[in-house]
Design a protein around this ligand. Structure first.
Ligand code: HEM
Length: 142
């Protein structure tokens, strides 16, 4: 089983001395790969200490590149910090963590930890309840 590494731990590894990147919920230590990366060290440093899934996928890396990833894997995010669906990923957590930095850095991620969908569900239930009460009141007051 791979080791659980939290986002807070990953965040500490954000410069040349130590570069950790999250891709598809797995954590990679690419410090030794910086100079070898065909896409340059800068592209890796840009997502150092952060989630690089989108950057990695946007480039359309080959199967060889995906295979190479295995060599650098050091762990996985704990279940509460994982992303369920890559395209529907959490703004709340990312916004919170990057608000102290540049806001343009906001990530597309959505984590399980931020139950945006469950909030929406309760809003719909509350709205339906209010509607029902309104209808009943209207009926009895007339
Ligand atoms: C962290 C794990 C990564 C690994 C193991 C990796 C590996 C590779 C490999 C093997 C290539 C050669 C082409 C290919 O086989 O697809 C490549 C190219 C490239 N990578 Fe990455 N990459 C990683 C992350 C990233 C990230 C986060 C970016 C961010 C933008 C990036 C940007 C690029 C670019 C722009 C190229 C194209 C270089 C060119 O064709 O001139 N890579 N990468």
């Amino acid at each position: 089983m791979s080791k659980n590494l939290t986002l807070d731990e990953v965040k500490k590894h954000k410069d040349e001395k130590s570069v950790w990147i999250i891709i598809h919920n797995d954590v990679y230590d690419v410090t030794k790969f910086l100079e070898e990366h065909p896409g340059g060290a800068d592209s890796l440093l840009e997502v150092a200490g952060k989630d690089g899934t989108q950057a990695f996928e946007d480039v359309g890396h080959s199967d060889d590149a995906r295979e190479l990833l295995k060599k650098y894997k050091i762990g996985t995010l704990p279940p509460g910090e994982r992303c369920k669906i890559i395209t529907d990923c959490c703004k709340t957590r990312a916004a919170r963590s990057s608000s102290s930095r540049n806001s343009s850095e906001k990530s597309w991620r959505t984590y399980d930890g931020s139950p945006a969908s469950s909030k929406l569900k309760w809003a719909v239930v509350a709205l339906a309840g209010a509607l029902l009460i309104g209808i009943v009141l209207k009926k009895y007051l007339n």
